[in-house]
Write a protein that binds this ligand. Sequence first.
Ligand code: PAF
Length: 286
Amino acid sequence: MQILESSSAVQQALTPLRAKNKTIAFVPTMGNLHEGHLSLVQRAKQEADIVIVSIFVNPLQFGEGEDLDKYPRTMKDDQEKLKQEQVDFLFTPTVDDIYPHGMANQTQVSVPNLGSFHCGSSRPGHFDGVTTVVNKLFNIVQPQIAVFGEKDFQQLAIIRKMVSDLCMPVSIIGAATGRAEDGLALSSRNQYLSPEQRLIAPQLNQVIQQTKKALANGEKITLLEQQARDKLDQHGFKVDYFNIVDADTLDDVNLRSREIVILAAAFLGTPRLIDNQTCPLNPKAI
Ligand code: PAF
């Protein structure tokens, strides 16, 4: 695995491969890699000749009170894991490389509507930070394919919309959420759960799965959302949101909704866990 520390190093390494018609798949990350990230890498390997992963803790997507400095940086471990996966290139830019004129002077990419609710309302500006950095990383790496996790369902929807709206020549692949045996979605934040909280954490997915079954039976969406929030409260979560919405618009479900998605975010102490589940629409549920 070759480590590329700057945008110009990426150009030098990838230009000759592009000239040889090699396909390039890209997996952007913020590091602190776990099995979930590695499954994205494995998917990328299936899809292309060359795999490049980036590790960049993007300050632009952190809001006030979200502790950028405390974000775990585990570069040595991450490098070992990526070597084991036989990744071809690791791109590790600095903040100055990505934002040479400072973040305040950075042109931003903002996807309207999709970013305004769910995680967007709890984390103002977060998705603009994500789309801006992903746009820049795509322009540097110029991959044909990029792989993102379905765990961040709203992020994935926003990135797909950005790529479509801006006619960006990259195919976006959503890879299934990696889960622990008890169903907990894999996340860097799980390491901050106490042993007691770790026992409670799988309830988030369990409540989502119970809601999915009730939706299939045609139980009413508004009622199910409230019941789910109450159940999670009782388990000891502080619910940020539990919303059942149209999977394309992420807005209210209607009779034209092709598919629906249950989106949930909840705090267990300090860690904020998110998870989701798509399901077909039973019109009786509206
Ligand atoms: O999902 C993430 O880890 C980040 O939001 C991403 C896509 C790497 C952009 O910084």
